[in-house]
Design a protein around this ligand. Sequence first.
Ligand SMILES: C[S@@+](CC[C@H](N)C(=O)[O-])C[C@H]1O[C@@H](n2cnc3c(N)ncnc32)[C@H](O)[C@@H]1O
Length: 287
Amino acid sequence: MTTAFALIAEGAAALAAAGVEEPRREARLLLAHVLRADAGALLLEPGRPVAEQDAARFREFLARRAQREPFAYLAGRRGFWSLDFDVAPGVLIPRPETELIVETALKPLAGAGRNVPWSILDLGTGTGAILIALLSELPFAQGFGVDVSLEALEVARANAARLGLGDRARFGRSSWWSHVPPQTFDLIVSNPPYIPTRDIAGLDPEVRDFEPHLALDGGPDGLGAYHAISSVVAARLAPGGRIIVEVGQGQADDVAAIFLRSGLEKTAILPDLAGIPRIVAASSPDP
Ligand SMILES: C[S@@+](CC[C@H](N)C(=O)[O-])C[C@H]1O[C@@H](n2cnc3c(N)ncnc32)[C@H](O)[C@@H]1O
């Protein structure tokens, strides 16, 4: 029998040697995951005994994390907005900055109430995080999420069902607009792949070696998906409807210009918490 303290110390040393940031915290989170315990409580109970089989599982996870596999893939879950999403290798792990899309979409409703019967489209839905978070806030909205990745669609459907939103969230395979039903939407959201191909090699190993490049690679200038999305967006937004997308560093002005050229108006650029222009919104002309 070993103790939590000894395992966390062992884990922190292994993760530090592998170049993982905040190795002690990560080791504690891994052990908490294995023991189904609260990570904070482990701090208060360093002498907690740990059974050999739990220690063995911890060491298996530790070895994978030391290979720089993301913690979220080991845990199988990641929090986004106020919800817990299943994640799986092959599907992008939702990022905190993407919550800004949800926040931006809900902002005009402040004071007006959330009972809008919006029809929402999420292009490149991944785990379904953006669409499902929006539907969780808008009880009368319906949504359609598309992705080319079948793995992503499977995870998104499972998330919607587990979170009780399966009746209002539908998912289908589509390369951008190829199989989107012929209707208009009040709100279109997307966090498309936007990293220029040449920058992929310089990403952290957790991202470069474990997350799907299909979810990351935005082509030579990173803007390929925005051109595809903007090609018909003006015809697919209901009058006064909005599109809200996430962009990479330095891309906001280009993406706003792409939307203006596609017939949209009233573009807005919003920064993330680090002050980086991260969200571009545009509207279709009012009726
Ligand atoms: C950056 S990820 C975003 C995932 C999720 N929306 C999120 O924010 O966590 C981009 C997503 O776009 C999908 N994708 C890539 N190319 C696509 C295409 N041609 N048509 C539809 N989806 C595509 C990827 O499979 C991936 O799930």
